[in-house]
Design a protein around this ligand. Sequence first.
Ligand code: MN
Length: 479
Amino acid sequence: MSEPNQLPKGWEMVIGLEVHAELSTATKMFSPARNEFGGEPNTNVHPVCLGLPGTLPVVNEQAVALSIRIGLALNCTVQRCVFARKNYFYPDMPKDYQISQYDQPLNADGYLDLASGARIGIERAHMEEDTGKSTHIGASGRIHDAGYSLVDYNRAGVPLIEIVSRPDIRGPEQAKEYVEELRSILVAIGASDGKMEEGSLRVDANVSVRPVGADELRTRCEIKNVNSLRSVGRAIVYEARRHVDLYDAGDAPRQETRHWDEEGGRTRAGRSKEEAEDYRYFADPDLVPIDPSPEWIDEIRRALPALPKERRESLQAVGAEPQMAALAVTRDLDGLALATIEAGADCSRVMTHVANNLAVEGAERLEPVRLAELVTMETGGALTATQAKQVLAEMVDTGRSAADVAEARGFEAMDTDELESLLDGIIAQHAEQWGRFTDGDDKERKKMQGFFTGQVMKATQGQADGKVVNRLLSLKAEI
Ligand code: MN
């Protein structure tokens, strides 16, 4: 995919993303407290996630299995790994360290292929625990001028995977595509719900710029916790332009953490970026290394469901347009669409329903044979497109068959004779427009065709078949 380079000529962006995703486990990473979003503050807690003295962490096997699944889906090497303490002092971190992985991560050296053709390297995908959540009470909501702060430990200790890409991303659109693809993989393999709006998926972007064609890596800034796809793109463009401006002025960016200010549309300096040594990493003495056996890894590999890329390709193989196939997979309706098409229904009509009429609750419960029946009624002329849409909505609501719903609503495609006499009446009422249709140039003719179709649709409340109306109009113009 080529995208307009949003930088002055001669510059390119160099972007690496760190994505934190909360894993869909029943309990937390090292304690039996429930892993659940939205509970009353401080109700899903346990002495381990409160960091109380004398407690010991116990690794959640389900979290490890999901993390291996992620590693395999991202073509990583799954290897022996060690938990490390990452030391820093925050009130949402009662132990004063986060258990993470450092020099021996679970997954390393993978890649992710984007639909647009680019391959983005994955440096590592390691396990760690989430922190609690602070709320600063004060005018700005920031810690500096807060009167006091509240801490909710429900999130403390929730299992996380941190997926670190290589600096292979070249622009905001590609960055968004990468996050979307990653998100859909995590959802498809049941590893995370991927909800950015609930903070289950959080993106940090490392941004630098360089002259086009250079392969140096210049000083980067890390933009923290950008919490929507749109913001990811905006923050990257802002930051890259800031770097170019600095270089143009004979200056240079300094390595630091920056925060995205959504309202101001800019990044702001945070702390100067810590080096790894600031965290004083060391192997956690309370936890043994994990060395997944080849048998376990194989078992997880065999149980991997089809990934989004493969699912898109399956739909394209039966005739779906690439963009429609992608949309169907994003909505998790590709299985329904594929089975419906394989049951004999017309591909483009099925995909039209997926795109326009099935972005609703309950659509996933629709049975392929039922959807196929509806589409067949439509292609056979028993239902118009408008009727089919209404029937489909009721099928999703009630689970009834297309034939039942159509009959109960009294839908039969309008008889052509009936339509013709209706059209004759409309033509008689609009002689002037009719003249413009029969004698006008192509443009005028097209305009008047729309006018007459609109009149017929109005008179029949959308029950007429637009194609038949057009055919009748052409016939009548020739007589
Ligand atoms: Mn992290």
